[in-house]
Write a protein that binds this ligand. Structure first.
Ligand SMILES: [Fe+2]
Length: 183
């Protein structure tokens, strides 16, 4: 498997873990148990930041080239790619919702729950669709030379999740993840 596809798989694995973490944090909140809002907000900030800067631009570039190679699959690449800005906006909105809650904005718990469940479900649905339908198509449509060229064109050349400056911004999340037996 190409380095780039491996990187996207890894991103998805991490995103799934973060969505699981968010889900269990939201379960605590909905059940009236103690729940760490700062962690949830940092987590959403990270998902939004990473998707917007790295993950989606990488996929968009791959989809674009693959669409040119396999025009018969163009509609599917377009449809899934079009979900990217919507997911970023959804992430942004849900983060604002949670920020509103800690700032004392009055919002029924059920409303936060509906938005939270919707956010997690749509993110998972998108990842599953990419893994099951899009990634096999990328392998079919892109040649070895395409992967090589694309590797030099994607936004992040290095293979790290958190860059140096991210450590300060996402300190709570990084500490939480490393304290829970994860890499
Ligand atoms: Fe993705």
């Amino acid at each position: 498997m190409s380095t780039l596809l491996e990187r996207l798989h890894r991103d998805h694995a991490i995103l799934r873990r973060l969505l699981d973490l968010l889900s269990s944090q939201l379960d605590d909140f909905f059940a009236g148990r103690e729940s760490n809002f700062d962690l949830k907000i940092e987590l959403l900030d990270f998902i939004e930041h990473y998707a917007e800067q790295i993950h989606h631009p990488t996929e968009d570039l791959l989809f674009q080239v693959a669409k040119n190679r396999c025009s018969e699959d163009g509609e599917l690449f377009e449809r899934i790619g079009d979900q990217h800005p919507n997911l970023e906006a959804l992430t942004h909105r849900f983060r604002e919702t949670l920020e509103g809650v800690i700032q004392g904005e009055v919002m029924p718990r059920e409303e936060v729950e509906v938005r939270g469940r919707e956010f997690v479900a749509l993110q998972r649905q998108h990842i599953d669709q990419e893994e099951q339908e899009i990634f096999p198509l990328l392998e079919k449509c892109l040649a070895a030379e395409d992967w090589e060229t694309l590797l030099t064109e994607v936004p992040l050349g290095e293979d790290v999740l958190f860059s140096r400056e991210d450590f300060a911004r996402f300190r709570g999340l990084i500490e939480f993840l490393s304290g829970h037996g994860n890499e």
